[in-house]
Design a protein around this ligand. Structure first.
Ligand code: FER
Length: 245
C-alpha cells in the first residue's frame, strides 16, 4: 500500500494505492466513499479488496471535508467534490503502470461517479455507482435533505445545525443546480449499479431507475440489504468481481 496526497489546486486529497499481486502494469479503479464517509469504512475497504483480487489496482481517495483530506465537512459541496475528482482523474492519467481506468463510489460518491462519467465519457472502461444518491439534487430543489426541511429559495446559512455534521446552505445551493439525468445521458459505456432493496438512506428505486436510464447498465439487487450492505457485503463484492472478469 502506498499512501499519499493528490493536490487539487492547493487542497490536499488523501489517497491510498493498493496494487494487485504479481503485476507490473494493470488497470486501476478509483474508489470513493459517501457523505460523512471515508476510505476505511468496511464496505469501501472490502470493495477495494475485491477489485484488487480481480487484478486491478485501487486508489481509494477522500474528498473535500472527509477523512484525511483538507477542508471542513460543513463547507463541502458537490462542485468541490467534482473539482477534487477531476484532479484525481488527471493524476491517475499520469501513472505509467495504468492500462485502463474504472471508477466506483458509494452513495454521494455514487452520484459523483455518475457526474464524472458524464464529464469524462472517454476516460473509463466501465463505471460502478454503488447505491447512488442521485436524488440529492431533486431533494435540494424541494428543500428537504436528510429528513430536515428548509426553504429552497431563501436557503439558510446552515441547513443542518449542531453537532459534528453541520452543513452550509451552499451545499444545497450547489446541489440544486445539478441534473444527474443529463450526465447519465452523456455516458454510453458499461455501468454496474448495485443497490440493496432495503436501503434506508437512498431508496432502491433510484438504483433501478438509473439502470433503466443508462444505455448499457446492469443492475444487481442485493435482496434484504441496507445502505452500507451490512447483511450481504459478500454479494456486493462477488457482483463486482463477476462484472470485472
Ligand atoms: C440526503 C440523503 C442521502 C443527503 C445525503 C445523502 C445531504 C447521502 C448519503 C450517503 O452518501 O451515504 O438527503 O443529503
Amino acid at each position: 500500500m502506498k499512501e499519499y496526497y493528490i493536490n487539487d489546486d492547493g487542497i490536499k486529497l488523501h489517497a491510498k494505492l493498493d496494487m494487485p499481486e504479481g503485476v507490473s502494469r494493470c488497470p486501476l479503479a478509483i474508489v470513493v466513499h459517501g457523505y460523512t464517509g471515508h476510505m476505511e469504512e468496511t464496505h469501501i475497504v472490502e470493495v477495494a479488496k475485491a477489485i484488487n483480487e480481480a487484478g486491478i489496482a485501487t486508489l481509494r481517495v477522500e474528498m473535500y471535508g472527509h477523512g484525511g483530506s483538507d477542508g471542513e465537512f460543513k463547507n463541502h459541496t458537490l462542485y468541490k467534490w467534482v473539482s477534487n475528482m477531476l484532479a484525481v482523474v488527471d493524476h491517475v492519467s499520469t501513472l505509467d503502470f495504468v492500462t485502463d481506468l474504472y471508477i466506483t463510489g458509494h452513495s454521494q460518491g455514487g452520484l459523483l461517479v455518475m457526474l464524472i462519467a458524464g464529464m469524462c465519457p472517454d476516460k473509463f472502461k466501465a463505471v460502478i455507482p454503488l447505491s447512488p444518491a442521485w436524488m440529492i439534487p431533486e431533494a435540494a430543489r424541494k428543500g428537504e435533505l436528510l429528513g430536515t426541511a428548509f426553504d429552497p429559495v431563501n436557503i439558510p446559512d446552515e441547513i443542518l445545525q449542531g453537532g459534528e455534521n453541520r452543513l452550509s446552505g451552499n451545499y444545497a445551493r450547489v446541489a440544486q443546480t445539478i441534473h444527474p439525468e443529463d450526465e447519465i445521458a452523456r455516458y454510453n459505456g458499461p455501468v454496474l449499479i448495485i443497490h440493496g432493496d432495503k436501503d434506508e438512506a437512498v431508496p432502491y428505486e433510484y438504483g433501478k431507475k438509473a439502470a433503466e436510464l443508462y444505455k448499457n447498465a446492469k443492475l444487481v439487487t442485493i435482496e434484504g440489504d441496507d445502505h452500507c450492505y451490512n447483511n450481504h457485503l459478500d454479494k456486493v463484492t462477488a457482483a463486482i468481481k463477476d462484472f470485472l472478469a
